[in-house]
Write a protein that binds this ligand. Structure first.
Ligand SMILES: [Zn+2]
Length: 335
């Protein structure tokens, strides 16, 4: 059985190679006459003119009247007489090394099942639109948007589970929920964050916010596409508030501990961390916000210079969503 990490690596190499196959195949020594889209003998099964390279879908596609269609990997294997793994390594060299992927997920015994569950829940949900439960909840907090990021979805009736006396999870209710897709460094979904909702507010249950599985290690909710600039906040609501207040692209790290480890693209040159003020507790928000800033500065030897700033709201026990909300209320009062 292919493990998750390997499958993710294959996917990532395919994603990066998309639309570049002709150039990749040529650089790996596939003869130009094959890539000229002429009818030729098939590199896989022979004949005289049954084969044609088309690159129809940007996947290095070809068609053979005898052995059928295929893509860049299959063609490369046949032409060079190599196995899939060697072809993968060759193509990977052309598109840039794919870092070890999904390491945190694949070491968990239940990773396979959890991934399936996350996908099922995500597929049952739909994009957030004006007037739905998620929009009502966010608008109620002053965080409504004209159009919502694709990484947020509404699940109309998500099971809410609690552990019974024997420690077994039992479904006790169903609520609409805001789902947020949590993406690892390769962009693949590692798991989901859920916020259970009721009557336009967070549901009145002990854990209205939950991550589907542990091990979000360095993954983030990528609400907006980074430019050379990226803002970082802890919570999803805080991140939306920062976006509304500053117009910056923002990612949410979901918990203070994960902030420090957060993976950021090397292309980001300016990072603003909008930390929570946890001065009423153990200063986690500040500590991990500054820990991220310190890590980014230390990485400069690899990434090149980066401008890094940390912003903390003044009041103990507040985050930037509170600040944004207070500002809205003040301007409403003034009006
Ligand atoms: Zn053929």
């Amino acid at each position: 059985m292919q493990n998750l990490e390997y499958a993710a690596r294959v996917e990532e190499v395919k994603r990066r190679a998309h639309g570049r196959w002709t150039e990749i195949l040529a650089s790996l020594g596939v003869e130009e006459r094959i890539l000229k889209r002429r009818n030729l003998p098939c590199p896989l099964c022979g004949g005289t003119d049954r084969f044609q390279y088309t690159d129809k879908f940007g996947e290095g596609n070809y068609h053979c009247r005898h052995c059928g269609p295929g893509g860049g990997f299959k063609l490369l294997q046949a032409v060079k007489g190599i196995d899939f793994n060697t072809a993968l390594q060759d193509v990977e060299r052309c598109v840039g090394a794919v870092l070890p992927l999904l390491r945190t997920v694949s070491t968990e015994p239940s990773a396979e099942r959890m991934k399936t569950l996350a996908k099922r829940i995500w597929d049952e949900a739909r994009p957030v639109i004006a007037g739905d439960e998620v929009d009502r909840y966010l608008t109620g907090r002053g965080l409504g948007l004209a159009s919502y990021p694709k990484v947020l979805r509404l699940h109309p009736a998500l099971g809410f589970y609690e552990k019974d006396g024997a420690g077994k999870a039992r479904k006790v209710a169903e609520y609409p929920a805001m789902l947020a897709c949590i993406q690892g460094r390769d962009g693949h979904a590692v798991t989901l964050h859920r916020t259970y909702l009721e009557d336009g507010r967070k549901a009145a249950v002990r854990e209205a916010k939950k991550v589907l599985s542990s091990g979000i290690n360095s993954a983030a909710v990528r609400l907006f596409e980074p430019t050379d600039e990226l803002a970082i906040a802890e919570g999803i609501e805080t991140a939306l508030a920062v976006h509304l207040a500053t117009g910056k692209p923002v990612w949410a790290g979901l918990n203070a501990g994960n902030l420090e480890k957060l993976w950021l693209p090397d292309s980001v040159r300016r990072v603003c961390v909008y930390a929570d003020n946890d001065a009423d507790g153990h200063f986690d928000g500040q500590a991990f916000g500054f820990a991220l800033a310190r890590r980014l500065k230390r990485e400069e030897r690899r990434t090149g210079p980066r401008e890094v700033q940390v912003f903390v709201p003044k009041e103990p026990g507040t985050d930037w969503a509170d600040v944004w909300c207070a500002k809205l209320q003040n301007s409403r009062r003034a009006a």
